[in-house]
Design a protein around this ligand. Structure first.
Ligand SMILES: *Cc1c(COP(=O)(O)O)cnc(C)c1O
Length: 578
């Protein structure tokens, strides 16, 4: 029976046999956006992990992904009229989409055995191929009630809960791959959450007792480093996962050598980033600027740069996919072909495709919240995690200025984004934006779509006219939604941070807000208003030919480069095949 995307009880051994015969790269990530119906992702990190797997299938690169089953999902966002966020569990049924695997492994956490089972999700390539995804699950009868919940809530619970999850992901993941018979040639840690996998490998590769001379370490650190790769996504020290050793000892005594971890991961706290850095031969940041920052942040380590990319087929709307299929066939697997899109595709066809995508967004916005948008007016889109450094309120710095802009040349806004349940600042931002929406009623039409997810992202990045990003420099490691917009010919208007430092050619692929210096809210807001007033809105209204040239610039210069296929080829040539 060929592997299918439908789940359910089937004879799992033959299905697995199709995957284990080949040497694979094990890709570990706390979150992976496998598909919209499986809400086991919180945002950019998970979407990138999903795009990584989707590109690997297209390229025939054998990976096996490891993550937690996260049965309760991240959360479903509700918003009341004041913009107060409510959080409901967003459960999914692994039975529906994945195959239960018969294997179980045991771990020791807090001095007791915790059993870990697994599900196999088969990620199908669009044309050919498939990639195995192993989802770890502690919801087993053998476990105590509290341990059954370890793999339930993505990023849920307290510090102890988080560390338990990371023990299951890292240590449990290595043991599960072994139990299933996978042949792993290398490991890739997507962010530090899975760094304990390298601690387990130290044990796997440890010298036998009779080989170790008195006073010498039994651990073969170089051997582990040789098979480990680490991608950091965190440009600030405060954002790194850290656990006090008192907690580490309580949960991990008996599972790992705490003294050895102190030497590798910092003496004060178990710093998961340091642990991953110490045990990985290849380390990279997710854009050039981010790699530079990381090299300063982690002296003594070399952090390479592999700039992120979006998966072409996933993020291109049907209207543009039809155009590309006709004029640049093969673009899905060789997105470089899009460099030719400007000469092959007529301006009218580009504009018509965009109008189709815009109308679908307008219809959906009306269905979801009864806001009526006008297809004749430009739509500015902003959607991402609602948190302070992303500055979703920068556009609202001066409502007076915004009203004046809209009087001169009307525009509309579509906004979306979740705040992490414990990010009170992020939640306050959502409320503040709703306050601004009320104050601007009658002057600017604004829709805030609740529960941002992959499907809404697909609609928005294609259906708006301008994709806005206003992070506080230099905190945006990469950012990816602007790349998704590029596949749909939507120009990016953004602060010069993350990938946009590489992607921005002023007036050709989009526009920059501010310069290259540290962000100042006031100056950035002034720059944003001036850019809209002097350049972006006048071009939209008065010079359609130039506007379409920028749309084509986004496709030819950015979609052709900032895609997951280029990213994966870089991992293959720089990281995996050392
Ligand atoms: C792409 C995406 C993100 C990340 O967007 P950024 O611009 O990198 O912040 C977050 N959530 C969803 C659902 C996405 O599709």
């Amino acid at each position: 029976m060929p592997p299918t995307e439908a789940g359910g009880e089937i004879e799992w051994k033959p299905l697995l046999d199709g995957f284990v015969h080949e040497h694979r790269i094990a890709y570990f990530s706390m979150e992976i956006a496998l598909r919209n119906e499986i809400p086991t992702y919180a945002g950019g990190l998970g979407v990138l992990a999903g795009d990584t797997l989707r590109a690997a299938v297209d390229l025939g690169l054998p990976l096996v992904a490891v993550s937690l089953v996260s049965r309760a999902g991240y959360f479903r966002q509700g918003l009341d009229a004041e913009g107060r966020q409510t959080e409901a569990p967003d459960p999914w049924s692994p039975e529906r989409w994945a195959h239960p695997l018969g294997a179980k492994i045991a771990l020791e956490i807090e001095g007791r055995s915790v059993w870990v089972g697994a599900w196999l999700y088969v990620l199908q390539g669009r044309l050919k191929g498939a990639q195995p995804v192993v989802l770890l699950d502690t919801d087993l009868e053998e476990n105590r009630p509290e341990d059954r919940l370890i793999t339930h809530y993505l990023y849920g619970g307290d510090e102890a809960y988080r560390l338990k999850q990371e023990i299951v992901l890292g240590i449990g993941g290595v043991r599960m791959l072994q139990a299933l018979g996978f042949n792993i040639r290398e490991y890739h840690m997507n962010e530090g959450h899975s760094a304990l996998l390298a601690v387990e490998l130290l044990k796997v590769f440890a010298y036998r007792r009779e080989e170790v001379r008195a006073g010498e370490s039994p651990y073969d650190v170089p051997r582990v480093r040789e098979v480990c790769n680490f991608t950091t996504h965190t440009p600030v020290a405060a954002g790194q996962d850290q656990f006090p050793y008192a907690l580490v000892s309580r949960l991990m005594d008996g599972t790992a050598d705490i003294g050895m971890m102190r030497r590798l991961a910092g003496d004060e706290n178990l710093n998961m980033t340091r642990l991953a850095l110490s045990l990985s031969e290849y380390v990279n940041g997710v854009a050039k600027r981010h790699a530079e920052l990381s090299n300063h942040l982690f002296p003594g380590y070399t952090v390479h740069a592999v700039t992120n990319g979006g998966h072409p087929y996933t993020w291109t709307c049907p209207e543009f996919a039809r155009l590309y299929n006709r004029y640049v066939p093969g673009w899905c697997h060789e997105p470089e072909l899009l460099t030719r899109a400007d000469v092959s595709i007529g301006d009218d066809e580009i504009w018509q495709a965009h109008e189709g995508a815009k109308q679908r967004l307008i219809d959906q916005v009306r269905t979801l919240g009864s806001t009526v948008l006008d297809p004749a007016l430009p739509i500015i889109g902003f959607a991402r995690r609602m948190t302070a450094y992303k500055r979703p309120d920068l556009l609202f710095s001066s409502l007076e200025r915004l009203r004046a802009l809209a009087r001169k040349r009307p525009f509309q806004l579509v906004i979306a984004g979740k705040a992490h349940p414990r990010d009170d600042g992020g939640k306050a931002l959502i409320e503040r934006i709703h306050g601004h929406m009320r104050e601007l009623a009658g002057a600017v039409t604004i829709a805030f779509l609740p529960n941002y997810d992959m499907e809404k992202a697909r609609l928005m990045v294609a259906g708006v006219d301008i994709w806005l990003n206003t992070p506080q420099r230099p905190l945006e490691a990469s950012g990816t939604s602007g790349m998704k917009a590029a596949f749909n010919g939507v120009p990016h208007l953004s602060v010069l941070d993350g990938w946009w430092i590489e992607g921005c050619i002023e007036g050709v692929t989009g526009w920059a807000i501010g310069g290259a210096e540290e962000s100042q809210n006031g100056a950035d807001a002034q720059s944003l208003y001036a850019k809209l007033d002097d350049v972006v809105l006048p071009m939209y209204y008065d010079d359609r030919a130039s506007w379409i040239r920028v749309m084509k610039g986004a496709i030819c210069k950015n979609a052709s480069f900032f895609n997951s296929h280029r990213m994966m080829r870089r991992y293959v040539s720089e990281a995996y095949s050392r």
